[in-house]
Write a protein of this length. Structure first.
Length: 231
């Protein structure tokens, strides 16, 4: 980038309190210049047309048009405008979806002000800036997909499958309890061997209904009630 002045930044979020907080961070940093705010994806596109920001702080879930669609349009129309996602979500589909749409960075809303400024400057320079939690989600998803592909291709026996899980899962989740079950009621693999708190039936019932992987981080609410407190 050849601009020698402050980086022109736009804020897109449907919550006014969030916008005010972000505005305060931007307005107190001489390296950045706030050039406009938008409440949803449609307004974000209009703002980019009028104000030509260099970095857009983009929320994901908004009325009228979400952050993924807005990012896709902005990336297509103005490739020089970098999008930095600022959200509370750590789902793999959302992370991968917004990065595929053209976002350069992905940060969580609990990010510290100084780290947010650094992320803005990074994406302005064309570099990626992705929160550790988001990177962890993508890494785990990739490793589990590889494991699934290996299992599908080799069509290994139950005994060999247990051995393969024992080789991979403790390294992937070193601080977690793991329980793998073949529905409806066969326990295939547990780590550690004696679980402190075996997975209750309510969780298995949710898994049967969900049919897909879901990663829960510390403090996140479970669909079956309660919050994640041990990972």
């Amino acid at each position: 980038m050849s601009n020698t002045g402050p980086v022109r930044v736009a804020i897109v979020d449907d919550h006014s309190i969030v916008r005010r907080g972000l505005s305060a961070i931007l307005n107190t940093n001489e390296q950045l210049k706030l050039v406009g705010e938008a409440e949803d994806g449609q307004e974000a596109i209009e703002l980019c047309e009028l104000a030509q920001p260099e970095v857009v702080l983009m929320d994901l879930i908004m009325p009228r048009m979400d952050g993924i669609e807005a990012t896709r349009i902005i990336h297509q129309r103005w490739p020089h405008i970098q999008v930095l996602v600022l959200t509370s979500f750590t789902e793999k589909e959302m992370i991968q979806g917004i990065l595929d749409a053209g976002a350069r960075g992905y940060m969580l809303k609990n990010v510290k002000g100084r780290d947010l400024v650094d992320a803005i400057l990074q994406v302005y320079q064309g570099e990626q800036s992705i929160a550790q939690e988001a990177r962890q989600t993508l890494h785990i998803s990739e490793q589990l997909s590889m494991l699934q592909q290996e299992i599908d291709e080799q069509q290994i026996s139950t005994a060999l499958l247990s051995e393969s899980l024992n080789k991979r899962l403790p390294k992937l989740f070193p601080n977690f309890q793991i329980q793998v079950q073949i529905f409806p009621d066969q326990d295939l693999y547990t780590y550690p061997a004696q679980l402190q708190a075996p997975i209750p039936e309510l969780r298995w019932a949710w898994l049967r209904a969900a049919g897909e992987m879901k990663i829960f981080f510390h403090g996140e609410e479970f669909p079956w009630g309660g919050k994640q407190t041990w990972g």
